[in-house]
Design a protein around this ligand. Sequence first.
Ligand code: CA
Ligand code: CA
Length: 557
Amino acid sequence: MAKQRWMLAAAALAALVAAPAGFAQSNDALKNDAATTGDVLTYGMGYNNQRYSPLKQINAGNAAKLQPVWSYSLNNSQSHESQPIVHEGVMYVTTHSQTMAINAVSGKQIWKQDVELPQDVFKYTCCGILNRGVAIFDGKIYRTTLDAQVVALDAKTGKQLWKSKAANYQDGHALTGAPLVVNGVVMTGIGGGEYGTRGFIDGWDANTGKQLWRIYTTAAPGEKGGNTWPGDTASKGGAPTWLTGAYDPDLDLVYWGTGNAGPWNPQVRMGDNLYVCSVLAFKPKTGELVWHYQFSPNDPYDYDATEVGMLVDMKIAGQDRKVLAQANRNGFFYVLDRTNGKLLAANPYVKVNWADKIDMASGRPVESEQTKKIRAGQSAEIWPSVLGGKNWTPMSWNPATGLAYANTLNMSWPYQIAKPEYKRGEWYLGIDFKGVTMPKSEPHGYLSAMDPMTGKSKWQMAWPGLPSMAGTLSTGGGLVFTGAATGEFMAVDADNGKKLWEFQTGSGIIGLPVTWEQGGTQYVSIVVGAGGVWALLGDERMANVPGGGSVWTFAIR
Ligand code: CA
Ligand code: CA
């Protein structure tokens, strides 16, 4: 008995000793990322995409004492939406033109690697010159490039190991999203929904960069769902996939969101247009589609569902359910059974007038009088705007409050269809686009603490002036971290929305905060740098926000 116990202890010790040599980037490490507080290995701070850390050294009682630890210049004046990845004391961040490894505690640069880009690539970037960060697995880091390539680098040196081309950028395709790695398959989406392209999701071999599979996200004639498109309209039908999916290891299902239909004008593509504005659930090894749910059939409004939402286990009517919770750009908060795609709840979380409700039996929107007018060729003011009830920026989940935290938008847009004309590499919209309408006497955006089942906010913190397009981070310390378009990074009380601390970072924030611990200290980091889709809409209030990217790290010391 004693000997047996010793052998067990020896085996456990051997496992511990073996840990540094690769365990930290193994499949198990990626699966456990949400629970391991010493690192941030995945986009979403866990395959479940909850952006929640149990860390509570920084909490509602002491957040006011947060201090900057270091700042690192990205030497880049474009838009900054990169989520840091932190592994064994090294932080990896990206810009559109470089990849960096930084000492996570000192802020000192370890290496920096340039991205080679063709001169004319910027002609084809619809919504900001940016990159959203890396993935890490087995000693390599993976990123995407604006010219639609996927690159693997040696995590220690930054040396390029392979590069694979996903598409031709001159067609209007671009890659900005962070890859998702599951069991040695590197998955990437594609941008270009505004350019008359056809969307897809790729699976690449993590070691070699060889393409393993591709899922096209519009159904071609003859394929299942192909009858939801007239003629060959699916070939320019959009359904881009420009963000990162989530993964449930128990179900072995990847969830990936798809974007708008192309062109925006729905008259030329009458039908549901599968799989635009949907979530696809598929097997990571083969790309085999298991189920789908379409949020906005025949989408006229650019309501991209690319931000896939969070995988949450919650009690509904006394039953434990595995759900996918998504605050959709179309203004409804959806809760789906993620085992089969069945709709469990869909309620507006912002002002909505394009649909009266979502019919729970069919799972389909009941279109409003305004949308009927639009379809008849008349003009109407539509809520939410082209930017949605919230834009691409991810929300976070706090299991203690049972609330989802996101920066939501309060604006509409004037909409009227026009004749679409396809030209390769140019916008293919087919509407009379006049931007967005901001209400005169109400805030233009809020930090909202929402109940996924009802869409109702327990509290909202109004943004004064410019709305925020930043992501949020939730912690066991009862905090929500987010940032302002004017550069203030802040900690907010998750229970009541009271601002507890803020720090001016020097440029606007549209990035995603993360937290981790090292040597007994909890750190919070954010990549800052104004830009993105909001800046491109030409809000004159942005003129007073300096550009320029940097990484900031904070702690209480
Ligand atoms: Ca972790
Ligand atoms: Ca779009």
